[in-house]
Unconditional design. Structure first.
Length: 564
């Protein structure tokens, strides 16, 4: 695929790594990690991080770990773990034997916390979460010391051990780092390291009832795994001083945290909390709904791993937040599918056509090209008979001036087959046209008329006797506005697109569609790119529309290029 072959653009992260290799920092090693929290399905923003972390390791001959930051048992599950593993593998990346869980380090983390308590660098606090927030101060006002900040080391050690043993209820005590309540960076104002949660953990069971906070755990996990470059999104930039402080106070191996701008995409939301709201409220059909920006949803919609990797490479890495057009993503999807998808014919809203001068009972086969972009894909045979289906929209009884498709007395070409001319219409009792009467020219099979006459339209079709009945799910953007979260005081769900899914039953496809397997991708000629959904049943496939044929991004680029 062209986008996969494009050289990786240089960016500030690779510049940092190049300098580190030049100065022999970390002994010339490059070791990254992708550290998701298993509290939801991954989305395309995570795909950018996956491609960056695994891609850098691959480029520099280094390693990349897959590590689950499973420190919050109230929101995490094995289902999320399995979905994340599946998504990373599907994107084409491998972590070898380096699959890790933060929960495997809980003992070491606890021991390190005890070490900080002994050094007088951490204390047990009895303030509630609300009180901690009140004491924290603001961006312009310093915080206040907790009345429990000056407990003795011995008392803190005793209380922390009793917290671990489960003697205290949830929310009654925390372990906090003792740094500076007047620090200009609010993350440094005695952050919470441990909270009490009498909740079973998906891997540790009921062994623990105190759980580490992310800011405490993150740097320790990186240190344990000897990560060189800890790459995370920009919202953690203000947390970096705390990352460094914990590691320096413990005197352990020190990775380098580097932040980059996260991916924002138009016409969608990229918050796992908001995605979970949509799933739980039944506003979408699960985490893998093809309208969602989850990797599972985009996979089910028919996006290929190559197209998503190409997209992530194209948008690159920056230090400033920006929003990427959904049209650019679809451009890369189309670019890949155009080269790899076999072509088939399907009629979504069938209109019956009877060729009055075609012999009754006769069937012949016409040769159709499988993919004009890939000559090696060859051809296939498509059955042709007296009774056909065409799209309802391809016929108008009283057409306007620029309508060139079928109309009474007009001649058009049937793709790969013959020229046909409409000679009449048949109506039902309500006056609706239900059938067209036509004639065909047997001298025009697969080519132009011998007398040189030309037609202005070519229509796709299927043979009625051989057609396979199918269902098409026509997906569109999930929201009606580019930034559903950008309207102050408005709930993002107010902007859900009521036309984001249209189910078209009673479609007809050529019979070869019956040989497709689940997730096979194809282009229905003139209709768009589709893939076979898992809801398909024997003899009745279900197709998800991956993308239309209209490439808005390419047109914008062509226009801007012409204007420049």
């Amino acid at each position: 695929m062209a986008s996969e072959e494009t050289p990786v653009p240089r960016d500030f992260i690779r510049d940092i790594i190049d300098e580190d290799l030049k100065t022999k920092r970390y002994d010339g090693r490059v070791h990254t990690r992708f550290p998701p929290e298993p509290n939801g399905y991954l989305h395309i923003g995570h795909a950018k991080s996956i491609c960056l972390n695994f891609g850098i390791a691959e480029e520099y001959g280094g390693l990349c770990n897959l590590r689950f930051d499973d420190t919050n048992p109230t929101k995490e599950s094995e289902d999320y773990v399995n979905s994340i593993i599946d998504s990373v593998r599907w994107l084409g990346f491998d972590w070898g034997d380096r699959l890790y869980f933060a929960s495997d380090y809980f003992d070491r983390m606890f021991d390190w916390a005890v070490d900080l308590v002994r050094k007088g660098k951490a204390y047990v606090d009895d303030l509630t979460a609300e009180q901690i927030g009140e004491y924290r101060g603001t961006l312009t006002l310093p915080g206040r010391n907790s009345p429990f900040r000056d407990r003795s080391v011995e008392e803190n050690l005793d209380l922390f051990e009793r917290m671990r043993k489960g003697e205290f209820p949830d929310g009654s005590k925390t372990l906090r780092a003792k740094i500076d309540m007047a620090h200009p960076n609010m993350n440094m104002r005695d952050p919470v390291m441990y909270r009490i949660l009498h909740t079973s953990h998906h891997r540790q069971g009921d062994r623990w009832c105190v759980y580490p906070m992310y800011d405490w755990a993150h740097g320790l996990e990186d240190s344990i795994e000897a990560i060189t470059h800890s790459i995370c999104t920009l919202e953690f930039e203000n947390h970096r001083p705390l990352y460094d402080w914990f590691i320096d106070q413990l005197g352990i191996y020190h990775p380098q945290q580097i932040e980059f701008a996260r991916l924002n995409l138009t016409y969608t939301v990229m918050s796992k909390r908001m995605l979970l709201e949509l799933v739980k409220a039944g506003l979408v059909n699960g985490w893998d709904d093809p309208r969602l920006p989850t990797i599972a949803g985009m996979r089910r919609r028919g996006y290929s791993p190559a197209s998503m990797r190409g997209f992530c490479k194209r948008i690159g890495v920056a230090k400033f937040n920006s929003t990427v057009s959904f049209d650019l993503l679809e451009h890369y999807v189309r670019e890949d599918l155009n080269m790899t998808s076999p072509r088939l014919m399907a009629v979504f809203r069938p209109l019956k056509v009877v060729l009055e001068n075609y012999p009754e009972g006769k069937t012949e086969e016409v040769e159709a090209v499988n993919n004009p972009e890939a000559p090696s894909a060859g051809t296939r045979k498509v059955p042709f008979s007296r009774v056909l289906y065409i799209e309802q929209d391809d016929f108008m009884e009283s057409p306007p001036k620029k309508f060139f498709r079928l109309a009474p007395g007009r001649e058009v070409r049937l793709r790969y087959a013959y020229l046909i001319k409409c000679t009449g219409v048949v109506r039902d009792g309500g006056g609706r046209i239900v059938e067209l009467r036509c004639t065909y020219d047997p001298a025009t099979r697969g080519g132009d008329a011998p007398d040189g006459r030309k037609v202005k339209a070519t229509l796709h079709w299927v043979s009625a006797a051989h057609a396979l009945e199918a269902e098409a799910r026509m997906y569109d953007k999930l929201f009606t506005v580019e930034n559903p979260m950008g309207e102050a005081g408005r709930d993002f769900r107010e902007f859900l697109n009521p036309a984001s899914l249209e189910v078209v039953a009673g479609c007809r496809t050529e019979p070869s569609a019956g040989r497709l397997g689940v997730m096979d991708r194809i282009q229905f000629e003139r209709m768009g790119y589709f893939c076979v959904d898992r809801d398909s049943k024997l003899g009745r496939p279900v197709f998800n529309r991956t993308a239309t044929l209209k490439d808005t991004w390419a047109k914008i680029q062509a226009r801007d290029g012409a204007d420049s």
